[in-house]
Design a protein around this ligand. Structure first.
Ligand SMILES: NC(=O)c1ccc[n+]([C@@H]2O[C@H](COP(=O)([O-])OP(=O)(O)OC[C@H]3O[C@@H](n4cnc5c(N)ncnc54)[C@H](O)[C@@H]3O)[C@@H](O)[C@H]2O)c1
Length: 408
């Protein structure tokens, strides 16, 4: 068992531990000797069927993956709750019960509906997104409060938010807080938010609930406003083919770079939305794990609502497409870029300067998006090329009705 000597050993609960980020996170902590448990309601697997967007690499059930991990002796065991699943939004009492028994030092909360297009698809899906994400976060906060009240234990909540909460204001974006002077008075206030979908708005609400719980109940929390994650492998997913994480390339769940890589491999045009000037923060999945681990090792003070902007580099969507085109061409693929009507309502030319020094100061060592990283991703996706469904990559969900959308 590999234990980093200087790391404080922790009891870690990963909510959403069956997901793209949650599963590698659970293994990452377990590999370092931390005691890990996962709670997930498996709703993502059902939603994949609903949108017809299954992940590219065959991914066994959560129970099988956990059993496999535990049999490999590659670190600490990963535990599941009684009955294997907990819906943290629908079943607050089960979550509280499990948290009181597992007594986590750290709760990493990934368990949300994470797709902006899904939340814009229909009324019911917008409602489900907001209800799922808000109710889940409130249940987690009440569970942390119960843990403190009944067991005297002060768990650290690490919550995954998104850079999309801020939108693209015409000023520098700070890490969560803004010093304001207004009519001669000064205050430090949460940075203003301009969410770009009902999904992003649900994350803004989460941040407000958590900040309030820190103030009201003395909870310690880290809100990680994460950029767009790309990548397939981590140190632990490569230990066995069945430990793979869910790589989505469809228009509903696939993120920009992951989508472009799949398009390049099957030689269909890379679909850049509009002019492609939308600039966002990006990070490698390996850095998501690093950031969460760094936050876990350096908890905030009781009552502190700490915010980090979690990304390592910023690119425009067109920058990304051009990188994939160039690397794909070098590998002998015929890659072309297509500008299609932007299904979203967002600025395509804008100022973007978010700060992101907090995690670097904790020791983050970024894995940058080099040509080698893109080459590795393309080569890995080529191994599953036959499974790529070209029909699920083009966007079908529009932010506003067709008759209102501008043409490009
Ligand atoms: N992937 C990214 O690029 C990215 C970027 C910024 C923020 N985030 C945030 O990070 C988190 C994880 O993202 P991901 O890409 O791994 O998503 P994912 O959908 O792969 O994982 C989320 C997991 O949570 C589970 N879940 C959802 N609602 C639940 C509930 N009520 N009870 C129990 N489990 C529930 C799902 O079944 C799924 O396994 C999300 O909160 C997302 O908003 C992701």
């Amino acid at each position: 068992m590999k234990i980093e000597k200087e790391e404080k050993q922790l009891t870690v609960l990963v909510l959403g531990g069956d997901g793209y980020l949650g599963w590698p996170t659970a293994m990452h902590f377990a590999a370092r000797g931390h005691a890990v448990a996962i709670a997930d309601n498996l709703q993502k697997r059902r939603m994949e069927e609903e949108v017809g967007g299954e992940p590219l690499f065959l991914r066994p059930t959560l129970q099988r993956r956990v059993k496999l991990w535990n049999s490999l002796n590659a670190g600490h065991y990963i535990a599941l709750p009684p009955g294997n699943v907990i819906d943290i939004a629908q079943n607050g009492p089960a979550l509280i019960d499990f948290i009181l028994r597992f007594e986590p030092d750290v709760i990493i909360h990934y368990a949300e509906q994470p797709s902006a297009p899904y939340s814009m698809w229909s009324r019911s899906r917008a409602v489900n997104t907001v209800v799922n994400n808000s109710a889940g976060t409130l249940n987690v906060l009440f569970a942390i409060r119960e843990l403190k009240r009944q067991n005297g234990k002060d768990a650290h909540l690490i919550k995954l938010g998104t850079m999309g909460e801020y939108g693209t204001p015409n000023i520098d974006i700070e890490e969560g807080w803004l010093e304001v002077e207004h009519n001669g008075r000064k205050d430090r206030l949460p940075f203003p938010k301009l969410p770009g979908s009902f999904y992003h708005a649900s994350k803004v609400a989460d941040s407000a609930y958590i900040e309030f719980a820190c103030r009201a109940w003395g909870i310690r929390a880290t809100d990680l406003n994460q950029g767009v994650v790309y990548g397939i492998d981590t140190a632990e997913t490569t230990l066995h083919t069945d430990l793979v994480t869910s790589f989505h390339y469809d228009a509903v769940f696939g993120t920009a770079l992951n989508r472009f890589i799949a398009q390049a491999v099957v030689e269909v045009p890379l679909t850049v939305y509009g002019k492609g000037g939308q600039t966002r923060g990006y990070l490698n999945i390996r850095d998501t794990l690093q950031c969460v681990a760094l936050a876990a090792q350096s908890p905030p003070n009781a009552g502190e609502f700490r915010v980090f902007n979690q990304f390592t580099e910023q690119f425009s969507v067109l920058d990304l497409a051009e990188k994939v085109k160039r690397v794909g061409n070098t590998l002998g693929l015929i890659v072309v870029i297509d500008h299609i009507q932007n299904p979203r309502v967002e600025k395509e030319a804008h100022y973007y300067n978010p700060k992101h020094t907090g995690l670097l100061s904790l020791g983050l060592q970024p894995h940058l998006l080099t040509d080698e990283v893109i080459t590795e991703m393309i080569q890995k996706v080529i191994t599953a090329q036959k499974a790529i469904d070209r029909d699920v990559i083009a966007p079908r969900i529009l932010w506003r009705p067709v008759e209102e959308a501008p043409s490009i």
